[in-house]
Ligand binder design. Structure first.
Ligand code: 5GP
Length: 190
């Protein structure tokens, strides 16, 4: 059985990655979302086991030692990681999986899985990002500043990706993301 496709979605906080990803999954319910482990606190509205596995720093450390992560990174002062066994199982079953991870994680995955398809979501400008993050209101001022500094760094890495989608308008950018993923999943139709 042919192995599934591995998609990586990255982009700075506030670019609208989460919203676009949800549009993609509504269109493609058979695509598997890779649920990462994180040491950050659960936000209101998030579900353990669906958005993330929320684990302690000690448990995260033990998983690193046991080599359980395909990749992991310190993002905004918290640890985030993708479990190797989850990804291998899905790909082995011939199903497609999407990892929503940062640029550091993307590099690691690409070095281990050269066929990974990398998609970067960005906002039209850094000013726009700042506005969107402030509107979202999920972070304190200090957290917001960390995320903005990281956003500038992440945007410099956009060129490493196979596709860059500028989220200027949700429905247009969502359509572009869906079309981009479709091209890999249904190559015979292109
Ligand atoms: P948030 O805390 O806003 O959910 O995510 C913060 C950042 O961590 C986002 O850029 C997200 O893509 C990234 N991230 C989430 N899960 C993982 C993961 O498993 N590995 C890595 N390297 N980054 C992740």
């Amino acid at each position: 059985m042919p192995r599934g496709n591995l998609f990586i979605l990255s982009g700075p906080a506030g670019a609208g990655k989460g919203t676009l990803r949800k549009m993609l999954f509504r269109e493609m319910p058979d695509l598997v979302f890779s649920v990462s482990c994180t040491t950050r606190e659960r936000r209101t509205g998030e579900t353990d086991g669906k958005d993330y596995y929320y684990i302690s720093r000690d448990d995260f450390g033990r998983m690193i030692t046991r080599g359980e992560f395909l990749e992991w990174a310190d993002v905004h002062g918290n640890y985030y990681g993708t479990r190797k066994s989850d990804v291998e199982r899905v790909l082995g079953e011939g199903r497609d999986i999407l990892l929503e991870i940062d640029v550091q994680g993307c590099r690691l995955v690409k070095s281990r899985k050269p066929d990974a398809i990398r998609i970067f979501i960005t906002a039209p400008s850094l000013d726009e990002l700042e506005d969107r993050l402030e509107e979202r209101g999920t972070e304190s001022r200090a957290q917001l500043d960390v995320r903005l500094r990281n956003a500038a760094m992440e945007m410099r890495h956009a060129r490493e990706y196979d596709h860059i989608i500028v989220n200027d308008a949700i429905s247009r950018a969502g359509g572009e993301l869906i079309e981009t993923v479709k091209r890999y999943r249904e190559p015979e139709q292109n």
